[in-house]
Design a protein around this ligand. Structure first.
Ligand SMILES: [Zn+2]
Length: 97
């Protein structure tokens, strides 16, 4: 049986008074930390500005249903879903954000 990639997400620091929070995604033995903040979104879904620490990439991530979700990463462009959307959706559910 092939190894399944281990993928976990954790809220490292809850939102501060400016709404900035930090989370971590572990996938395929790689760990990445992200700083994020919810931003106004006019086109459906909840919008987040997400900054991956150490790489300088700023991604705009929308969490919602169907067409109301998007991300600027290569994974989303290729597959129509990605760890950033799935991860943020999981954090929102788990921590009632
Ligand atoms: Zn993404």
């Amino acid at each position: 049986m092939a190894d399944l990639p281990i993928r976990t997400i954790a809220l490292i620091r809850p939102a501060d008074d400016r709404g900035v929070f930090v989370f971590r995604i572990v996938a395929e033995r790689r760990t990445a930390f992200y700083v994020a903040k919810e931003i106004p979104c006019q086109i459906g879904g909840r919008g987040f500005a997400v900054h991956k620490l150490g790489f300088g990439d700023l991604m705009h991530v929308r969490v919602g249903r169907g067409a109301d979700q998007s991300c600027e990463c290569l994974g989303f462009l290729r597959y129509g879903r990605c760890r950033h959307i799935l991860g943020l959706a999981a954090l929102i559910r788990k921590h009632r954000m």
